[in-house]
Ligand binder design. Sequence first.
Ligand code: 1PZ
Length: 215
Amino acid sequence: AVALEDQKFSLQEVLDTFKLCLSENKEVHLEQYVAGWRGLVRFMNSLGSVFSFISKDAVNKIQILVNHLNSETGAHYVTIQSMVRYELDNQLVDLTKRGSFPESGCRTLLRLHRALRWLELFLERLRTSTEDSKTSAMCSEAYNESLSQHHPWIIRKAAGTAFWALPGRAQFFDVMNVGVPDQVVAMLGDAMPLISEVYQVTEDLYAQNNLLELP
Ligand code: 1PZ
């Protein structure tokens, strides 16, 4: 039998997972959100070991959220909405400076949420790119417009260096394993609105609760 990690997988399946996390009443289900992130990490690992410092941090954050889900208070973590309500009502979040709750669900998810914005910007560039577009340029432009604003200089430097190791557009499309470039573009066209919606629902929730700058 082939180990699960060795099986070829399609980025489409990963993006589909994000579709599952949004319920009809616009609640974001944490288990599916985390599953989507697991898939993204697998995809990133298949791009090479240069990205492992990035995926390690993502895996850490995923694990923190999974631990909350599996804890005795797990029932409060079923959706991002219930998580925010529970942690705020019970003063389980460091609001202005790091202190007693370095692993709150709210601050941990915020880091992934900001990275989701990077993903949105990057995939949109990829979708509208042409054959001679450079993945490293698309990646760093997306990063500079989003995540980088929350990162100290040293992380920005390391990230910028890693971007140079990205495979070119053709190979990147291959690794996505969705089909010929036209099919990749079509898949991204379908998937993007869903990713954007998950992002926007979370963004609005965090904004309403003044959580966008959690330390
Ligand atoms: C496909 C190429 C991948 C490019 C990914 C672009 C993002 C670069 C991010 C570099 C972050 C590296 C390491 C760790 C940073 C942490 O300091 C921050 C803040 O957390 P804190 O220190 O406050 O606990 N972590 C993050 O910002 C979360 C980063 C998650 C990155 C996930 C990328 C997912 C890529 C999916 C690939 C399709």
